[in-house]
Design a protein around this ligand. Sequence first.
Ligand SMILES: NC(=O)c1ccc[n+]([C@@H]2O[C@H](COP(=O)([O-])OP(=O)(O)OC[C@H]3O[C@@H](n4cnc5c(N)ncnc54)[C@H](O)[C@@H]3O)[C@@H](O)[C@H]2O)c1
Length: 364
Amino acid sequence: MSNPALQYVNSRIHPEKLKQFCIEALQAAGLSSDHAEQTADVLVTTDAWGTFSHGSRQLVPLLNNLRKGGLKADAQPEIVDQGSGFVVVDGHFAMPMVTSRLAMQAAIDKARSAGIAYAAVRRSGHYGAAGYYAVMAAEQDMIGLSMTNVDVCMTVPGARAPVIGTNPLAYAVPAGTERTVFLDIATSVVAISKVIAAKTAGKPIPEGWLVDELGRPTTDTSTYPDKGAILPMAGHKGYGVALLIEILAGVLTGASFLSGIKPWLVPDPQPADEGHAFVAVNIESLIPIDTFKARMDAMIGEVRSAPKAEGSDRIYLPGEMEWERFDLAHKNGIQLPDYVLINLFSVAEQTGLTDRLIAMLEEE
Ligand SMILES: NC(=O)c1ccc[n+]([C@@H]2O[C@H](COP(=O)([O-])OP(=O)(O)OC[C@H]3O[C@@H](n4cnc5c(N)ncnc54)[C@H](O)[C@@H]3O)[C@@H](O)[C@H]2O)c1
């Protein structure tokens, strides 16, 4: 029999309702209402951007981590050291979204007087979409950078096995009449979820995504992820950027790095000890904010009006597709993909919220 969640594939749910469901599920898993609200905001903003791989579907592994001790429902992140332009945050394995919001806000607050500030986070876990935290800075008229290290799953030139994580990087920059420009990417050639999706569908993948257990290029996903590894984006360039993130988020913060990070997507996770790095640049310290925003608008206009390639009628700025999806989500509700619905129904079953979820999906 097909999964009951699938009858809702054409339903829409307003982001506020989806957020309420996430809050209730997280509270049922032991989180305070404040931590549940903060976590839900990160997950549902990510869904509204259309980045479903890192939105509310991650409630399933997050709840498993809360149950098995990978995350601690009652822990509070703590600033353990600081200077004029930096803070060090010990996450105490609290919900990583809560820790990351606290750390980015601390960097923003420091940057107001210091001009630029860095927040180092250790003893944390999977923080979701990097872009959320970078956008926090842009919404407060700063340039934001957000990075995390991740358990190893990506190979590097010359190696045959996974050496480093798919360490994501995001930046966000406010503009004037234009929307915030933000790029939010893994440093792997594609997200691992795309390889798994192709494998599940029995489809081959393009060359350049994977190597086999001997480090040879392969399009065969049959033994992945037990054997083989994903490749960095743009070869040595992606590897080099992933390594910078490993240094800023792992080596410098005191968090674990490379093989020291525990995997979080396993049945019995231990505290992962991922590290995060956040940077906030106070634009007003360098240039009047209105001048900067007008210059951003001019830059965006020049990019957008460049001659189009044959077959193309539009050039997008990083983040533009996400903002269009975000606006539509808030206007018409979010149409959740089947794999997200299946995950949400599984969470609802675990937390006694199935009737609540169905009612929310049927109300729209
Ligand atoms: N926390 C973790 O452990 C972890 C690890 C890896 C990835 N992630 C997250 O996974 C998500 C997806 O990463 P990904 O690498 O698959 O992203 P992706 O390859 O889908 O790229 C998305 C980014 O590229 C921009 N973009 C896409 N097409 C564009 C175009 N034509 N012109 C201009 N900009 C364009 C988008 O605006 C967006 O910023 C991110 O949110 C990332 O933070 C998280």
